[in-house]
Design a protein around this ligand. Structure first.
Ligand code: ZN
Length: 469
C-alpha cells in the first residue's frame, strides 16, 4: 500500500488571488509562490466563506459555513463562541487517523484548530524600512517560519504528518493603513508606483446596497483611507506588494526546508489565503462588508505526488475554501463520518473533468466587531455573482464574464432579469439546504453611519468602531 502523503498547508492572510503572478498579475514578484504554482493544480475561482479572518478560518477548518460554526465576527462587541464540539475539524480528523498534526503561526480560530499540536506564536526581529515602517505581522511570520523550518528538518517519525504554516502577510497592510490614516504625504519609494486598477471608481454607487454605499462608516481602515488621493492609493498598493514579497520570502525558506529534508516527493502542498484585500478596487482597502472579487476570491493551489496531483494546470470554475477538508481527507484516504458543506476536489486534481465542481459557491458577511451589523450573502455561479443584504433589501448582480471588475450592477437591467430570478432562487435554495437563518437576522447601523452622501469621498471623521458604535 502506498504510504499516506505528508501534507504541508501554507496560508497567507489577506491575499487576493489577483495579486499573484500565477493568476496573471504583472507587478508582483513572488518567485516562491510561483515555485508551488509551477507544480500545482491552481484553482482560479476559489472563494472564501467569509471575507474576514476568524469566521473564514473557523469555516474552512471545519467545512461548515459561518452560520453553522457560530463564528460570525472577529469579536469585541460581538460575541464569538467556540465552535461546537460536535463539529469535526481538520486537525482532529488527521490526528485520529494517525497523522502527526502540527500548527505554526496565526491561530484566530475560535477552537477550529482542535486536533493540531499548536505551537505558541512569537516574534523575531526584522529590519524596518522608511516607506513600510509597520512590521507587526512580519515579526510573527519570521518566528513562525523559523519554527516550521526547524520542525520540518528534524521530523523523523514513521507517521505521516500534516503541518500548517499559517503566515500573516500581506496582512501588515492593515496596520500600514492606520499608519497612513487621512490626508498625508507619502514616503517616496524606489521604482515606479503600481497603477490604480481599472475598477478604482464605481460610477453606479447610487444603485448599490446601502451597506456598500456606507462601507467607509463601518470600519476604521476604510474611514482612514476615505480622504486619500490617487497617489496615496498607489503607495498603498506598493506597500501591499512589499508585504506580499515578505511572505513570499518566508514561503521560500519553508519550501527549501521541505526539499532539504528529502520527503518532498511524498508531500502534498496546499497554498491558500483566508480572504483577500480590496487592492484599491472600488476605493477599497483591507476587507469589509462587500463580496467584491478582490476581498472574496483567493488563491488555492495544490501540488503533490504525481499519483495524486496532475502537473501544472488551472481549473477555472468556482470552488470554495470549504472544499479544503473534504479534499485532504479524500487524498489521505480518511473517510470521516462528519457532514461537510464542501466537497472533494480530487477528480480535478487528477485531471480536469468537463463538469464544474459546484453549481454555485456561497459566502457570508455579518459584522467585524459588532458596531455595525450588515448580514449579507453571496452566490457565485460560473458566470454571475449575486449578493443580497438585509438592510434595504439591497441586491447586486454582476456578469463576471463581461464585467470582471464588477463595475456595473445589473440588478435593474431587464436583459439580465432571468439571471436575477435564477440567482434569487439559488439563494433561497441555499438558505434552505444549509438551514441558514439569514432572512430572520437583523441589521444594525446607527443613523449617524448612514448620514452623508454615499461614497468614500463624502466621508468625514471616524467610523463606527472608532467611537464604539
Ligand atoms: Zn462614511
Amino acid at each position: 500500500m502506498t504510504r499516506q502523503p505528508n501534507i504541508l498547508v501554507i496560508i497567507a492572510d489577506q491575499l487576493a488571488w489577483r495579486a499573484l503572478p500565477a493568476y496573471g498579475n504583472t507587478i508582483a514578484r513572488t518567485p516562491n509562490i510561483d515555485r508551488i504554482a509551477r507544480k500545482a493544480v491552481s484553482f482560479s475561482e476559489c472563494y472564501t466563506p467569509c471575507p474576514l479572518c476568524q469566521p473564514a478560518r473557523a469555516a474552512f477548518w471545519t467545512s461548515r459555513y459561518p452560520h453553522e460554526t457560530g463564528v460570525l465576527s472577529n469579536g469585541r462587541r460581538h460575541y464569538v463562541p467556540t465552535i461546537p464540539t460536535t463539529m469535526s475539524t481538520l486537525g482532529e480528523l488527521f490526528r485520529d487517523a494517525g497523522y502527526a498534526a502540527t500548527h505554526f503561526g496565526k491561530q484566530h480560530d475560535a477552537g477550529s484548530l482542535r486536533g493540531f499540536a499548536i505551537e505558541p506564536s512569537g516574534r523575531l526581529p526584522v529590519a524596518t524600512e522608511p516607506a513600510w515602517p509597520v512590521n507587526r505581522d512580519t515579526l510573527q511570520d519570521r518566528y513562525a517560519t523559523v519554527k516550521t523550518v526547524n520542525w520540518l528538518l528534524s521530523y523523523g517519525d514513521d507517521a505521516p504528518y500534516i503541518t500548517v504554516a499559517d503566515l500573516q502577510n500581506p496582512h501588515d497592510i492593515c496596520w500600514w493603513v492606520g499608519e497612513n490614516a487621512g490626508t498625508h504625504t507619502d514616503v517616496p519609494i524606489d521604482g515606479p508606483l503600481p497603477p490604480l486598477p481599472g475598477n478604482f471608481e464605481d460610477a453606479d454607487l447610487d444603485q448599490r446596497p446601502r451597506p456598500i454605499q456606507y462601507i467607509c462608516c463601518s470600519h476604521n481602515r476604510l474611514s482612514q483611507a476615505a480622504p486619500w488621493t490617487e497617489e496615496n492609493y498607489r503607495h498603498y498598493l506598493a506597500a501591499y506588494y512589499h508585504y506580499l514579497a515578505r511572505v513570499d520570502a518566508e514561503i521560500g525558506l519553508i519550501l527549501d526546508a521541505l526539499e532539504a529534508h528529502g520527503d518532498a516527493e511524498n508531500t502534498l502542498i496546499v497554498f491558500m489565503a483566508d480572504h483577500g484585500d480590496g487592492m484599491a478596487s472600488h476605493r477599497m482597502v483591507t476587507k469589509q462588508v462587500s463580496f467584491i472579487e478582490e476581498t472574496t476570491r483567493v488563491p488555492f493551489m495544490v501540488a503533490g505526488p504525481s499519483h495524486l496531483v496532475t502537473g501544472h494546470s488551472t481549473v477555472a470554475a468556482p470552488i470554495s475554501l470549504l472544499d479544503l477538508v473534504p479534499t485532504l481527507c479524500d487524498l489521505a484516504g480518511i473517510q470521516p463520518a462528519s457532514e461537510f458543506r464542501g466537497s472533494s476536489l480530487r477528480p480535478w486534481l487528477e485531471g480536469t473533468p468537463s463538469e464544474a465542481p459546484h453549481p454555485y459557491v456561497a459566502s457570508e458577511w455579518h459584522t467585524e466587531w459588532g458596531f455595525t451589523i450588515s448580514p449579507g450573502r453571496m452566490i457565485r455561479t460560473p458566470r454571475y455573482k449575486y449578493t443580497r443584504y438585509l438592510e434595504g433589501n439591497g441586491e447586486e448582480l454582476y456578469d463576471l464574464v463581461n464585467d470582471p471588475g464588477e463595475t456595473r450592477t445589473l440588478i435593474h437591467d431587464l436583459d439580465h432579469a432571468a439571471a436575477l430570478a435564477t440567482h434569487r432562487n439559488l439563494l433561497a435554495e441555499h438558505l434552505l439546504t444549509t438551514q441558514d437563518p439569514f432572512l430572520s437576522l437583523s441589521w444594525e447601523a446607527a443613523p449617524r453611519w448612514r448620514s452623508h452622501a454615499p461614497g468614500y469621498q463624502n466621508h468625514r471623521g471616524p467610523a463606527a468602531p472608532m467611537v464604539g458604535g
